[in-house]
Each structure stands twice: as C-alpha cells, then as structure tokens.
Design a protein around this ligand. Structure first.
Ligand code: F6R
Length: 598
C-alpha cells in the first residue's frame, strides 16, 4: 500500500530529488497507482503523476539545487481514483506546506466541510488533503510549524503515517498512528520511510517511531516528542539487512530471486535454534512462554496458509488450536480467555486485519505472540512476544521465501512451546535447505508451465499437511498469472469442485508416501477419468507415474515437512506460467505488499 519517503541532508553530493526518487523505486513493491514528491526550497515545489514512476521521472526537474528537504509518496488509491490531482503530496491553499499520508482518515468529510466553510479550496477527492489545510489554518492562527503540524494531526481520526515539509525550512515533520514509519540516520542526513529498504542503500541505523510520537528530522539529527510535546529518548538500532538483499542480483524478477534464496533464508531461520544432540528446539526469545492450553492463529493470505499448517502441528501435539482469517476473528463469538495464546502470523507485521485481531486479543488480556519478518514492525512491538522468521527483505508482492520461513518457524514453535520433539524432527529441519537447493537445481517446472500455460484453470489438491499448501499453490498462481486457480483439500473434490474438472484444467496433486497415499491416488484417478492432466508433486515417482503426466520430484523428508518442499515446485510452476504470459510478476495488478487498511 502507500509508501512514504522523506529526506533532509547536508551532503552536497546527495541530491534531495535523487534520494527521494531512489526511495520511491524501493517502495514500488508495496503497490501503487500514482506517485509524487515535494521539495522545500524557498517555496514548496510539487511534482506528481498518475501511473508508474517513469511518468513521474519525466516530470522531475533536472536540477533542484535549492532543495532543502523533501518528501515522496507512492499512492494506492482508496478515496478517489488514480489521477494527477489525487496523487500525493497535497498542499495548502497557498502552497507553503506539502504533506504525504498513508492510511485512512475516517472523519475527513467532517473536516473538509469545516475547512471549506472557512474558505479553504480543495484540489483532490482524497481524505488526505485535509491535512495540509488543517496545518495552514493553524499557521494562519500564529502557530509555529511544529505546533501547526501537531494541532492538525490532533484533529485526525483513523490510521496514518504523515510527513510534511514547509517552505523555506530544512526539516521534515512526521508522525504515525497504526501505520508504519521508520527513521534512518547517518552522517550525511536523516530519512524517514514506510519501510527500511527505502533508505537501506544510505543507512542501516534506524529509529522505530511509536504510535502517537512526533519526529522532526533535521539535516543532522532527529528530535522525537510524545503526544504532549515532551522529548523522548529514542534508541538507534542497526538493521542486519544487506542493501544487496534488497536488489535483484541479476534475476529477472525479485520473485525468482526470492524463490532461489530459500535455502539461505531457512538456514538463517534455523540458526541457533536447533539442538540436534538432544533432539530439541530452543527459541531463546520465547523461553519464558509456558506450554499453551489453547492457541488461536490469526493471519491473512499466505500467512493464513502457514497458520493452517501450524494449527495442525499444534493439534497433533495435544493443544486445542484453530487458525482464523484475521478479518473474521471476532472475540464475541470465539471462546477466548487470558490463558489463550493468540499468535499473529504476518510477514510485514503491518497487516491491518491481523493487527486488529491482535489488539482485540491484547484488550481481553490474552497472551499474544507475533511471528514476523520485519524487526520493529507494529505487530512485533504491540504483542507480548515476538519470533522473527529472519527471511531478509521480501520485495516481490507474492510471498515466497517468507512462506517457507513461516512454516519452518511455526514447526519449531510447535516443538519449542510443547516440548515435544525428536532427533528425527530436528535432523529433518536441518536437511531442508540442502533439499530445497536440490529441487531448485533439478526442477523442470518451467517445462510443465510451458505445456499448460494456456489452460482454462489450475487446480491444486492435497491432504493433511498438504492441504494448506494446495491452497497456497492456487493463491500464488492466481495472483501472479491472473488465471483461475483453486486449491482444495483433496477429499472435497467430489463435493463440488469435480464439476469444474476438464481436459483443460491441469490438477497439481501433492502425494508422498504417507498414510494418505491411497486416498490421494483415488483422487488422482477421479480427475484422470474426467480427462484432466495430472502433475504429481511427490517424493516417490514410482507411486504416481502411472497416473500423472508429469512428476515434479522432491526429496524424501519427515512427513510433516514434505509440503514445505512441494511448495517450492509449485512456486516455480506459477512463476514460469506468469513469466510466459508476460505478467507484472513482482507487482501484480491491484495488489499491494503490505495491506494497511481493513
Ligand atoms: C500473497 C501474499 C498475501 C499476504 C497477506 C498477508 O502472496 O503475500 O496474501 O500473505 O497480505 O500479509 P502479511 O503476511 O504481511 O500479514
């Protein structure tokens, strides 16, 4: 969703417009339909365009030597369609202050009516434009820049990250409430952004702003105050993401690079957490969390699929566990008490539905835990406990390496919290990175994709631990190829979906040599009898070869982990179908990386 960048600096070799443009291109992955920047010079100059950054680049000045500070924004439309007028930054009537906003202002209509009655004129249909006009009104009443900014923010209801520049001033003012904003500091300047990769090429020294705090970033140094105006002592943290991690490293797409990074990201995820000799798992940061009596997972999309997988693991270890779609989590109808452990699974740590569910659980006094990739994210800061999946930055909108790292993290979590583990379990986890590498080295998923690229639809079936990965395989296919795809627990096939199966709908079946094999083979025969081509993903080609047109092979592993391996083959099939269709793989239409509205 919308991305914010801001910069003010002292280094003459660092042009404000360049820093903002670079930052916006790093934020592209969040999804956007228009973009803009504003620089504070003796006046305030605004450049904004509907469409991609290339359109904005054409509008930018060759030189902006007078620029003192600047802000930039990628917009993902909510109020008003994509257009030059609705793009941010927005200004006040006199063009002396410019602001960018991420989030939703619920009381904007009331504020707009009030401001229009006071003679303010609006240029856009956005909720965000009330902010510069509120600041203008406070300035007209004699407030200083900082105080006008605080007064304006004090009128907003909703969620927001906001940054503002004022004419003739070299500071950027910013604040946040339930929307991400992080500050970056180095010797040559100070930055702010929705996400660390936006400025990672300049600095890895960050300050995570808390909800309700106000920051004034200066060319040298930052000042953070609480809502009452008192100075806050902030700590500068070092992020351990490498700028190279946020680049494409020669791959055509971030998604492919991230699929290939999985051996490394899983190694990182496992590092220091396995005790092979004892056959146990220790997650140090969760050492004080007792064995739960009941667990609720709350998550969306891919993270929900990882939660379905995890819920099964916990149930198998005797813990009453349910995975909920975060948007459907309603404590009025779900039995929950202080003994319940509510686990938010969220790559970004900023997904609005998941945050709402976690906040509701916090409000009831339940124990809360976040499993996330992003250090300092809202979910990580607001829950009682946090486990990091350590996948490194994921830029492709479609979650790939983070899904694998979520599954591995949750498998470890299920053992660490219940104490139930075995040497075989630990050894199998340890083997996963090399096994994934062997799949990546030998896969012929590209040939399978080529054969089925013009199919009418794609179906994915699995049982048991394989069922969530069937759902994930279909989600990946639909989001990046824009083709119809559905995932089912294989047992459900004959309760309806079978009606859709034809010779033009390949069925991807997850089969391994476990207790479900006979039933899976039965399902394969059902679809085969309707003429559908079958692609089996299996560790045992002999088992399935007679019924499948293709076998995508995976190494043998612990039966609980085979879906982690099978998913890699499914990721590759989706990638190559989308590639062959020329889709916008890293930034699929209508989708955003971080969904910060409910
Ligand atoms: C799909 C995908 C989404 C996210 C979902 C939740 O590839 O990425 O379905 O999984 O939007 O996002 P997080 O995990 O950041 O809460």
């Amino acid at each position: 969703m919308c991305g914010i960048i801001g910069y003010t600096g002292t280094q003459t070799n660092r042009n404000v417009v360049d820093v903002l443009s670079n930052g916006l291109s790093r934020l592209e992955y969040r999804g956007y339909d228009s973009a803009g920047i504003a620089v504070a010079d003796p006046t305030v100059s605004v450049y904004k365009r509907e469409g991609k950054l290339a359109a904005l680049e054409e509008a930018l000045p060759d030189e902006a030597d007078d620029a003192l500070a600047g802000i930039g924004h990628t917009r993902w439309s909510t109020h008003g369609p994509p257009s030059d007028e609705n793009a941010h930054p927005h200004t006040d009537c006199d063009g002396k202050v410019a602001t960018v906003h991420n989030g939703i202002i619920q009381n904007y209509q009331e504020l707009r009516d009030e401001l229009e009655a006071n003679g303010h004129e609006f240029d856009s249909e956005t909720d965000s434009e009330v902010i510069p006009h509120l600041i203008e009104r406070a300035l007209d009443q004699g407030a200083s820049a900082g105080s006008a900014f605080r007064q304006a923010i004090g009128r907003l209801e909703g969620s927001y990250a906001v940054a503002a520049v004022f004419h003739g001033r070299e500071e950027v003012y910013a604040t946040r409430y339930q929307s991400p904003l992080v500050l970056g500091v180095d010797d040559g300047g100070t930055m702010l952004a929705s996400d660390v990769p936006a400025f990672l090429e300049y600095t890895d020294q960050v300050v995570y702003l808390e909800d309700g705090q106000f920051a004034k970033i200066r060319p040298i140094g930052i000042e953070v105050r609480d809502g009452r105006g008192a100075l806050v002592d902030v700590s500068v943290e070092t992020v351990d993401w490498d700028p190279e991690d946020a680049g494409k490293s020669g791959y055509d797409h971030y998604m492919l690079k991230e699929i290939y990074e999985q051996p490394r990201s899983i190694r990182e995820c496992l590092r220091g957490r396995l005790r092979p000799l004892e056959g146990s798992i220790l997650i140090e940061e969760l050492d004080d969390v007792p064995r739960p009596t009941e667990v609720h997972f709350v998550a969306c999309g891919t993270s929900y699929h990882a939660s379905l997988y995890a819920a099964r693991l916990f149930r198998e270890r005797g813990v009453r566990t349910t995975a909920f779609l975060a948007s459907e989590y309603d404590v009025e109808t779900v039995p929950i008490d202080e003994e319940t452990l509510v686990v938010g699974v969220t790559q970004s740590g900023e997904t609005a539905d998941t945050l709402r569910a976690l906040r509701t659980a916090n409000g009831i006094g339940a124990q809360t835990l976040t499993v996330t990739n992003v250090v300092g994210s809202s979910a990580a800061r607001e829950t009682d406990h946090t486990m990091y999946i350590r996948a490194g930055p994921e830029i492709g909108v479609a979650a790939t390496k983070t899904f694998a790292s979520q599954q591995v993290s949750l498998a470890m979590l299920s053992s660490a919290l219940t104490g139930e583990c075995s040497r075989e379990f630990v050894e199998s986890l340890r083997a996963l990175p090399d096994q994934i590498q062997s799949i990546l080295d030998d896969s012929h998923a590209d040939a399978v994709a080529e054969e089925f690229v013009h199919s009418d639809a794609y179906f994915f079936i699995g049982r048991d631990y394989g069922a969530p990965v069937a759902l994930e395989g279909a989600l990946k296919m639909k989001e990046i190829s824009y083709k119809h795809a559905e995932g089912f627990a294989a047992g459900e096939l004959k309760h309806g979906p079978l009606a859709l199966v034809t010779e033009r709908t390949p069925v991807f079946a997850l089969v391994n040599g476990d207790s479900n094999t006979e039933k899976m083979l039965g399902n394969i025969k059902e679809v085969e009898a309707r003429g559908a081509p079958v692609v089996a993903v299996s560790d045992d080609p002999d088992l399935v070869e007679a019924h499948a047109e293709h076998v995508l092979r995976i190494p043998e592993t612990h039966w609980r982990f085979y879906p982690i391996l099978a998913n890699v083959q499914l990721q590759l099939v989706s990638y190559w179908v989308a590639h062959r269709l020329g889709r916008s793989i890293d930034k699929p239409r209508n989708l955003a990386k971080s969904v910060t509205v409910e």
